[in-house]
Design a protein around this ligand. Structure first.
Ligand code: FAD
Length: 427
């Protein structure tokens, strides 16, 4: 269950309104409670720490202690295993609330939560025979216990710098079957939580001696960060999302036991084919950033931004028009995205898949459009590093780059899949 969140005295500081009002968006009480926990933790604790993590490109370790303390580290773990039992939609909205206060915390939390969401509610929708299902149930309980009891943090290294992360070819990181498990060799780039996760949830290809690599044989394995043969290399000094610490991971003859499997053989490939919304989980962070840029602008123009003189700028028609444009964009993002996360399920229709790409594109490009307008509208004093908008602007630029659904690839897919039915060609 959730623990008390934090330091805010509601008598003195007004709690921010939810991004998705539970009554208006028809969320039930259990959902609203989990999402409110995320929002209150974000506003009362996480927001104040965000600038330092960004400045120093430092992992938000203290926020993870608070995510554990409040139960949010196990948000998608079923209640019978000690988690909060959130479904996909509840998690996505809670993650947007965290992203509103610290993009890097929300994005890394997403990598962690996916290890439980993909192995949990998502895997429950996929085909497995009874013995595979029983084995999966036993194995995932091992991972859940580490998270709930010990506060273990998982990451999700996926990208390799080649075509695999876009879904084109098999992952180059290979797992060779060995007695009682696998031997893993390979390299992952942009691995958020490098040096800070306890387990790296590595996507890799199982390749037996003499076999050719195939995407069908993708495995999702939790490699202990302390295992022999795991190393973190390279530096990390990026434009935005600096607290994610997304360095390079190397795996050299790393042995992992069978219980390291977060999904049984063949199930990741099945998920990628049948549960495409699994790749939409990078977007909630950026819904939060879009809301944050909007909130900042309203507060600033009203002369209510802490740390700035109480100068009002809201009376100028140009400012009012800009805020109207931002509000319209924000509502467009929210409504497309809310519909997409609400209808996420196995075997979506073609229309639902196209809408998921459109939601991802709208969020990832739209968050930065709102932040850009916020900078222009609020003006020079608002883009100083002492205020959050400058960080929101840089963080929001990173969303379009996230494979496999980058903004470019969403456009590619929407255009192609709208014009061609499966199997059609012009030959
Ligand atoms: C802050 C941050 C955190 C990240 N965290 C993680 C993480 O935790 N785990 C992880 O696995 N990855 C992570 N990534 C990596 C991210 O998902 C991408 O893999 C990475 O940004 C790709 O960079 P690249 O230059 O190698 O892309 P490239 O592969 O060189 O692609 C460049 C662009 O070309 C386009 N493109 C790529 N392939 C195709 C294609 N087949 N057809 C048409 N266009 C294509 C895409 O739009 C892409 O953006 C993170 C990235 C950032 C910025």
């Amino acid at each position: 269950m959730t623990m008390p969140v934090g330091k805010i005295d509601p008598e003195k500081v007004a709690l921010d309104r939810p991004i998705f009002d539970p009554a208006a968006f028809r969320l039930n009480d259990a959902q609203a409670e989990i999402i409110a926990t995320a929002r209150e933790l974000g506003q009362s604790v996480i927001a104040d720490r965000a600038a330092a993590y960004d400045r120093d490109a430092k992992f938000p370790t203290e926020n993870y202690q608070d995510l554990h303390r409040t139960g949010l580290l196990g948000i998608a773990i079923p209640r019978k295993h000690g988690g909060l039992g959130a479904d996909y939609q509840t998690y996505a909205i809670a993650a947007a609330e965290i992203g509103r206060y610290c993009g890097a915390t929300a994005l890394t939390w997403n990598m962690h939560v996916c290890s439980t969401l993909w192995s949990g509610p998502l895997a429950d929708d996929l085909d497995m025979d009874a013995s595979m299902r029983a084995e999966h149930e036993r194995r995932r309980a091992v991972h859940y216990k580490r998270i709930v009891d010990d506060g273990a943090i998982y990451s999700q290294p996926f990208s390799e710098g080649g075509a695999a992360a876009a879904g084109g070819v098999a992952f180059g990181t290979e797992a060779k079957p060995a007695k009682g498990g696998w031997i893993v060799n390979g390299k992952k780039i942009f691995a958020s939580l490098s040096g800070h996760a306890d387990y790296y949830g590595v996507l890799c290809t199982e390749v037996a001696e003499g076999e050719k690599a195939s995407r069908r044989n993708t495995l999702y394995l939790a490699l202990p960060a302390k295992a022999d043969g795991v190393s973190v290399v390279g530096d990390w000094d990026p434009l935005g999302m600096r607290g994610t610490v997304s360095r390079t991971l190397l795996f050299k003859d790393v042995f992992v036991p069978e219980d390291a499997a977060l999904m049984p053989r063949g199930v990741y490939f099945q998920a990628a084919m049948r549960w495409p919304h699994m790749f939409l989980t990078l977007s909630p962070t950026y819904v939060g950033l879009a809301q944050a840029a909007y909130d900042f602008t309203v507060r600033y123009l009203r002369g209510e931004m802490p740390g700035t003189p109480p100068v009002k700028r809201r009376m100028y028609p140009t400012k009012q028009i800009a805020v109207a444009q931002m509000q319209i964009k924000l509502e467009q993002i929210k409504s497309t995205w809310f519909q997409a996360v609400t209808e996420a399920r196995a075997n979506p229709t073609k229309e639902q898949v196209l809408r998921a790409y459109a939601a991802q594109y709208s969020v990832m490009e739209g968050a930065n459009e709102i932040a850009t307008l916020a900078i222009r509208t609020c003006g020079g004093q608002a883009m100083l590093k002492s205020l959050a908008l400058e960080r929101i602007y840089r963080d929001s630029r990173c969303g379009s780059l996230m494979l496999p659904w980058t903004a470019e690839l969403c456009l590619d897919r929407i255009g192609r899949e709208a014009l061609y039915e499966t199997g059609e060609s012009d030959d």
